[in-house]
Design a protein around this ligand. Structure first.
Ligand code: AMP
Length: 269
C-alpha cells in the first residue's frame, strides 16, 4: 500500500441501538468507493433499517502502523449450536479461561450483553478468572478499530478462503479483528458470534489456538450476538489495552495457514 492511508469506520444504529459497523484501512484512492459500499451495507443490514449511519475517515500516520501475520484458521464443524457452544467453552478453557467464566460468557451473549438484553456496539472485556466485566460503558463496550490487510495480503488470502468455502466477507473481517485482538497486551481469548440473524457461525480465538471457526453458535433467526475479550486483569493495564484495541493502526501483511476442517459433531464421531 503506497501513499496516504486512511482509517474508514462505519457504524449504523436504530433508535440508539447498534445495527452494524465496519472498520478498514485503505489507500486514499479507495476511500470514496469504500464509504459508499459501507453505507449501502448499513442501509441493507439484515437486522433492521438504521436511522443513523456514520462514516468516519481519518488519515493514518504511516509510522504508527504495526505489521503482523494473520492467525492460523481451523474450521470446526458441529451439528448444531448447542454442540458449537460446548466446543467454544472447551476452547476458551484450553486458552486459560475458567470453566465457570466460559459458561458465563456464552450465557451473556445468548441473552444480549447490553443493557436490557440489547446487542452491544463493541466488545465486553471480561476477567478470565472472576468473570467481572471491565469495559467502561456496557452499551458501547470496546470497539476494535483501525485494522486491515495489506492489499497484497488480501489478494493472496481471498482465493485461498474461497477455495476453502470461506469466501464470505465476514470471514476476512472477523479474522482481521481477531488477529488484532490476539496481539493485544494481556489478551487470553476471544469469543464471538454475529448479531446478524442469518449468520450463525462464530469463533473462539486465542494466541495459542489461532482462529477457531465454529460452524454454529446460535440458531438461525436469533438477532443476538456479540464479542467477549478475556483478560487476566491482574496483569493488564486496561487503559493501555483499550488504547491499543481502539486506536493503534494494525495491518496484516502475511497470511496464516488454513488447517484441515475438523468434524466435531457427535454425528461424525
Ligand atoms: P458482527 O460480527 O459484525 O455481526 O458483530 C457481532 C458483535 O460483535 C456485535 O454485535 C458487537 O457487539 C461486536 N462487534 C462488532 N464489531 C466489533 C468491533 N469492531 N469491535 C468490538 N466488538 C465488535
Amino acid at each position: 500500500m503506497e501513499g496516504s492511508l486512511y482509517s474508514v469506520r462505519m457504524r449504523a444504529s436504530k433508535r440508539g441501538c447498534h445495527v452494524c459497523g465496519a472498520e478498514r484501512i485503505v489507500a486514499e484512492s479507495e476511500v470514496v468507493k469504500l464509504t459508499a459500499d459501507l453505507t449501502r451495507r448499513a442501509l441493507h443490514a439484515g437486522n433492521g433499517k438504521p436511522d443513523e449511519v456514520h462514516c468516519t475517515v481519518e488519515r493514518v500516520a504511516a509510522e504508527a502502523i504495526s505489521y503482523f501475520r494473520l492467525p492460523d484458521i481451523t474450521i470446526n464443524r458441529v451439528d448444531d449450536y448447542r454442540e458449537g457452544r460446548d466446543l467454544a467453552e472447551q476452547l476458551m478453557v484450553k486458552a486459560g479461561v475458567s470453566q465457570a467464566v466460559a459458561g458465563q460468557a456464552v450465557s451473556l451473549l445468548a441473552r444480549g450483553a447490553g443493557p436490557d438484553g440489547q446487542v452491544m456496539r463493541g466488545a465486553v472485556i471480561m476477567d478470565m478468572a472472576s468473570g467481572q466485566r471491565l469495559e467502561e460503558v456496557p452499551a458501547r463496550g470496546v470497539r476494535v478499530s483501525r485494522m486491515d490487510l495489506t492489499s497484497n495480503c488480501r489478494a493472496e488470502l481471498e482465493p485461498l478462503l474461497s477455495g476453502a468455502g470461506l469466501g464470505h466477507r465476514r470471514v476476512i473481517e472477523a479474522l482481521t479483528l481477531a488477529g488484532k485482538v490476539m496481539r493485544a497486551p494481556g489478551i487470553v481469548a476471544e469469543l464471538c458470534w454475529s448479531d446478524d440473524p442469518l449468520y450463525t457461525t462464530g469463533y473462539v480465538a486465542a494466541p495459542q489456538l489461532g482462529y477457531q471457526r465454529i460452524s454454529a453458535l446460535k440458531e438461525p433467526g436469533d438477532p443476538l450476538g456479540g464479542r467477549v475479550l478475556f483478560v487476566d486483569s491482574r496483569l493488564v493495564d486496561l487503559k493501555e489495552l483499550v488504547d491499543y484495541l481502539e486506536l493503534r493502526p494494525v495491518l496484516f501483511e502475511t497470511i496464516g495457514q488454513i488447517l484441515p476442517a475438523q468434524d466435531r459433531g457427535t454425528d461424525h464421531a
